[in-house]
Design a protein around this ligand. Structure first.
Ligand code: HEC
Length: 132
């Protein structure tokens, strides 16, 4: 009996956690969207500032990755992992002053958006985005 209650509580708290994360998801994507522009500009200017904004993108995708991993959505988990790794590469290369490699990683990062959005994002009637 105790076991069952324990299990029930575990399941309930998992659900609550997922619900909370889902509420945070748009914030992570806004962080991604906002910092993509800043990163692009900084890379064009060959500024190491690109590392700062790229790291924010990497941190946001770390959360997105954890979210989809918990939900066992394999393709989105993979997409988020690729995006996170590419953003971390930008930060690393920008810091090292290797802007060719940083820009290449930016291309990889930008290539992850569309696939995941087509599969997992839809536009609501009011023009805002939501998960599908
Ligand atoms: C692993 C899946 C995935 C990847 C990769 C991904 N997104 Fe998203 N994105 C979503 C989902 C799901 C939504 C809809 C839910 C939401 O709005 O938060 C979304 C919404 C957004 C929004 C709208 C946020 C809002 O609600 O106002 C922006 C901006 C955005 N993404 C930018 C990007 C950019 C830029 C990239 C690539 C660098 C990217 N995303 C990569 C899944 C992803």
């Amino acid at each position: 009996m105790k076991m069952r209650i324990g299990l029930l509580l575990a399941v309930l708290s998992m659900g609550a956690l997922l619900g909370q994360d889902e509420a945070q998801f748009p914030g992570w994507m806004k962080t991604v969207g906002g910092n993509m522009g800043a990163t692009k500009k900084a890379l064009e200017a060959k500024s190491a500032d690109a590392a700062v904004s790229a790291q924010k993108v990497a941190d946001a995708f770390d959360k997105v990755h954890g979210f989809y991993k918990a939900k066992s959505v394999a393709d989105a988990e993979q997409g988020a992992a690729t995006a996170k790794a590419a953003a971390a590469d930008i930060a690393k290369f920008a810091q090292a002053g290797d802007f060719d490699k940083a820009s290449a990683a930016f291309g990889t990062l930008g290539g992850t958006c569309k696939g995941c959005h087509e599969a997992h994002r839809e536009k609501a009637a009011d023009g805002s985005y939501k998960m599908k």
